[in-house]
Design a protein around this ligand. Structure first.
Ligand SMILES: [Zn+2]
Length: 617
């Protein structure tokens, strides 16, 4: 089909070589994807569709690229009059076109043969990049000519080029399936789960003091909170410093809020808790979620927005949901002994059944002013609270006053200005009034809550900060609002409640993002914490074991932070001396987590919000 001994190469031969090469590369990338998502192996149907989807997409890409390659043949042999040389050049070109996609497959970092080549290439300066590309093309053309010479030799000995070529393709396909690992891949949480009965726990006669864990998304210690406190602002943060323990909280890198929040609530690394991003992927026909595609294959955020625009294409990216978390969260662990609450914690939709109450958060990012209409609103609400029928305070929407607008924006703006939306939402947010009521109503000993996020303000207004004029004080004003609400909450909770306030990360004001782990913050007050103590070296892994220690519950050996005992740095000597920590191997049961997300009724709206903040494209 490809090579003919009696005349020059036809354009269709070149085109077919491109299609065959791309299809084989697609097969290889499907195998690599499987190695990164080993859970897909559990379903034959998913395996079949995964391979088929990749084959189809890469074959289609080959059909397009093949058109260009076929046109290139004419250019290559133009001006060469000697028939023999003409033919040799053209056959070499066919072989090069066939090999190019396979060379790309070999260079993919996830395959492990050339772990840094493509990243170096993409990160290089334009001149260097052009040089690297030229070397690659020359090598590819040389390989093509070499291949053509071998084919010529075999042809002269009487072998059929078509059969040779078919055998070569088949051989490569077998090699790809055998050599590119589909499974086993990384160890999954399921295999880590120990066998046997769940931990036996017995509650002491005296229940522990209530503990509230607040997370302020994005709150930054050294660039905002400390300088403002030094300047005499943020009286309630200042009070937490005087009366308690505070310091930076090292975070994960790359820094994605849902991933860090889940580590805070579980004490586990992302590979174990299973939450890797805001969104996971879906492919047509594949029922289970896909968490990762091989690096540099265009299957991540770049390509999907375009593919989703094709009419009839199902949703290819969907938000993570609470049932996709693979390990126990603090509200489930503590809930085995005491009533607990989970309140708008990021990524807690649908609301989980707990011993206490649960109000879903993260879906819809209620704090960012996302509003749903009609049926969507009803559907989203149905899964948003536990126990069902739990009554929540409605947000109090009202017109902003001129004074509020001026304090925030630095000048008079129309109350309808979209940039005022975050302010409007946080003023309407009932958390500081509602949370203490729920805690009292359910008599919870542990409550995890999202509290007045400031991250959205960082993303929207960092460029105006410190410049003077419009919005230059917006970020500081957001912290003042958070501080005021914190004061209301502390007053309502009283002195016998331990309060731990953390943030999942800070903000890199120089570069305008928080991608590479700017430290979050840690503030804690109540029995067990020393007054006026600044603590260094805490990390997001220390929070969950610290909570369990304060509640007098056994520390599980499968939380990295309970092995390292980093949490001890934050607790007072008296508290640590008063009791020895108990240990258990694990709290995990056969939860395992679902790889099938609950279809969110407002995936599209969530994506729009994430896009507007620059989290996704
Ligand atoms: Zn965050």
């Amino acid at each position: 089909m490809i090579l003919r001994s009696d005349s020059s190469v036809r354009p269709v031969d070149v085109w077919l070589a491109a299609v065959a090469g791309c299809a084989l590369a697609g097969l290889g990338i499907a195998r690599l994807t499987l190695s990164l998502n080993t859970h897909l192996s559990s379903s034959r149907a998913d395996l079949f569709w995964l391979h088929l989807d990749f084959l189809l997409v890469y074959t289609a890409a080959g059909a397009v690229l093949g058109g260009f390659a076929a046109a290139g043949t004419t250019l290559l042999v133009r001006g060469v009059s000697a028939e023999g040389l003409r033919r040799r050049l053209a056959v070499g070109w066919v072989v090069s076109v066939f090999l190019a996609p396979l060379a790309y497959l070999l260079l993919l970092p996830d395959l492990g043969w050339a772990p840094t080549y493509l990243s170096n290439f993409l990160g290089a300066a334009p001149a260097r990049r052009a040089g690297m590309l030229a070397v690659f093309v020359v090598l590819l053309l040389a390989a093509g000519q070499l291949g053509a010479a071998v084919l010529d030799l075999l042809r002269r000995r009487g072998a059929s080029p078509r059969i040779l070529f078919g055998a070569l393709s088949l051989g490569i396909a077998v090699l790809v399936c055998w050599q590119v690992p589909g499974s086993p891949g990384p160890v999954s949480a399921e295999t880590l789960l120990p066998e046997g009965p769940a931990v036996e726990l017995s509650a002491p006669a005296e229940p522990p003091l209530p503990l509230v864990l607040l997370c302020v998304d994005g709150a930054d210690l050294d660039d905002v909170v400390e300088p403002m406190v030094e300047a005499g602002e943020l009286p309630h943060f200042a009070r937490m410093m005087r009366e308690g323990t505070w310091g930076p909280l090292a975070t994960l890198n790359p820094t994605l809020s849902p991933v860090v929040w889940t580590t805070l609530a579980t004490g586990k690394a992302p590979e174990e808790h299973g939450i890797h991003h805001f969104l996971h992927f879906r492919l047509p026909g594949v029922r289970q979620a896909i968490y990762e595609f091989p690096l540099h294959t265009g299957w991540n955020f770049e390509l999907f927005p375009w593919l989703e625009k094709i009419p009839g294409m199902p949703v290819l990216r969907a938000p993570y949901t609470s049932d996709m978390r693979r390990v126990e969260a603090l509200w489930q662990i503590v809930g085995r002994l005491y009533p607990v609450g989970s309140y708008r914690w990021l990524l807690s939709w649908p609301a989980e059944e707990v011993h206490g109450f649960s109000v879903a958060g993260g879906i819809g990012w209620a704090q960012l002013g996302l509003e749903l209409d009609g049926e969507l609103r009803e559907e989203s609400k149905r899964h948003s609270v536990y126990p069902p029928g739990l009554r929540l305070m409605p947000p109090k929407r009202r017109e902003l006053t001129d004074a509020e607008i001026e304090a925030f924006a630095g000048e008079k703006l129309n109350p309808g200005d979209p940039r005022l939306k975050p302010l409007q939402s946080s003023l309407a947010d009932p958390t500081s009034r509602e949370l203490p009521l729920l805690i009292r109503q359910y008599d919870t000993r542990f409550t995890a809550a999202s509290f007045y996020p400031v991250d959205a303000y960082h993303h929207l207004f960092h460029a105006y900060r410190g410049r003077g004029g419009l919005f230059s004080g917006a970020i500081a004003e957001a912290y003042r609002q958070t501080d005021a609400r914190l004061g209301e909450l502390l007053a309502a909770l009283g002195d016998d409640t331990r309060v731990i306030l953390v943030s999942d990360h800070g903000f890199d004001f120089e570069n305008g993002h928080h991608t590479h782990g700017p430290a979050g913050l840690f503030f804690a007050r109540g029995p067990g914490f020393e007054a006026g103590h600044r603590v260094e070296g805490l990390s997001v892994y220390d929070v969950a074991p610290m909570v369990l220690r304060l509640l007098g519950m056994p520390l599980p050996d499968d939380m990295p932070g309970s092995r390292s005992e980093g949490y001890r740095k934050a607790l007072s000597r008296d508290f640590l001396a008063a009791s020895e920590p108990l240990h258990v191997a694990t709290y995990e049961t056969a939860r395992g987590g679902s790889h099938e997300s609950v279809e969110s009724p407002n995936s599209e709206e969530i994506k729009d919000v994430l896009k507007s903040l620059g989290y996704i494209q």
